[in-house]
Design a protein around this ligand. Structure first.
Ligand SMILES: C[S@@+](CC[C@H](N)C(=O)[O-])C[C@H]1O[C@@H](n2cnc3c(N)ncnc32)[C@H](O)[C@@H]1O
Length: 191
């Protein structure tokens, strides 16, 4: 998890980012690989009590997310320690929106991860993958230092679609999230 100072500079308004990606009141959502809850807490504020699940592999990340959530006095969240590739088995009901932010580029089996997210979605639901653009790392500077994953790990939206569509999801939109990110948005079939 990046340290909080430059993360806050890069993502000053996570709620606005979520809105641009299509999150709206009345939905239910999973923040998959939620880290310390930077996007989970605003999700809870937007969607209200019981509508959000935050999942991470590491108990210490879920601990940090819970503390941030308590400080923010946000509506209740269902916190899960577990592997994102098994999310469909860990969240009892299907949801409208699954977010994977700043993590997908490093997943060892990206199609398996997308397939698990797809199984957690309601018909017509959305998988939103927020990634660093495939720029060279030296070019993505925040607070005077290069940030983000190694250049060779970065993916274009087309690279993402190539590994997500075999999981049964359809690419519907790419949203620019300046200065260095995009959201690749995929839809589950509505049947
Ligand atoms: C760079 S952080 C991003 C956190 C958050 N999504 C954000 O954008 O602020 C990546 C997170 O993914 C988690 N992670 C990595 N592999 C995972 C897996 N297989 N299942 C669940 N979480 C995972 C890590 O523990 C870490 O907290």
């Amino acid at each position: 998890m990046p340290d909080a100072d430059w993360w806050r500079v890069l993502w000053p308004d996570p709620e606005a980012v979520l809105r641009r990606c299509g999150l709206a009141r009345g939905m239910s959502a999973i923040d998959l690989c939620c880290g310390d809850g930077w996007f989970t807490v605003p999700m809870c504020r937007m969607l209200g009590a019981g509508a959000v699940h935050g999942l991470d592999l590491l108990a210490e990340m879920i601990g940090a997310a819970k503390r941030a959530h308590e400080r923010a006095r946000a509506p209740t969240c269902n916190w899960i320690v577990g592997d994102a590739c098994r999310v469909d088995a860990m969240v009892p009901e299907k949801v409208d929106f699954v977010l994977i932010a700043n993590t997908f580029h490093g997943a060892p089996d990206k199609t398996a991860l997308a397939a698990s997210a797809a199984r957690a979605l309601k018909p017509g639901g959305r998988l939103v993958i927020i990634n660093w653009h495939a720029h060279r790392r030296e070019e993505t500077v925040v607070l005077d230092a290069p940030r983000g994953p190694a250049t060779e790990l970065r993916m274009t939206p087309q690279d993402v679609a190539q590994v997500v569509e075999p999981a049964g999801l359809k690419a519907v939109e790419v949203v620019e999230l300046p200065p260095y990110h995009y959201a690749a948005i995929f839809g589950a079939s509505s049947e």
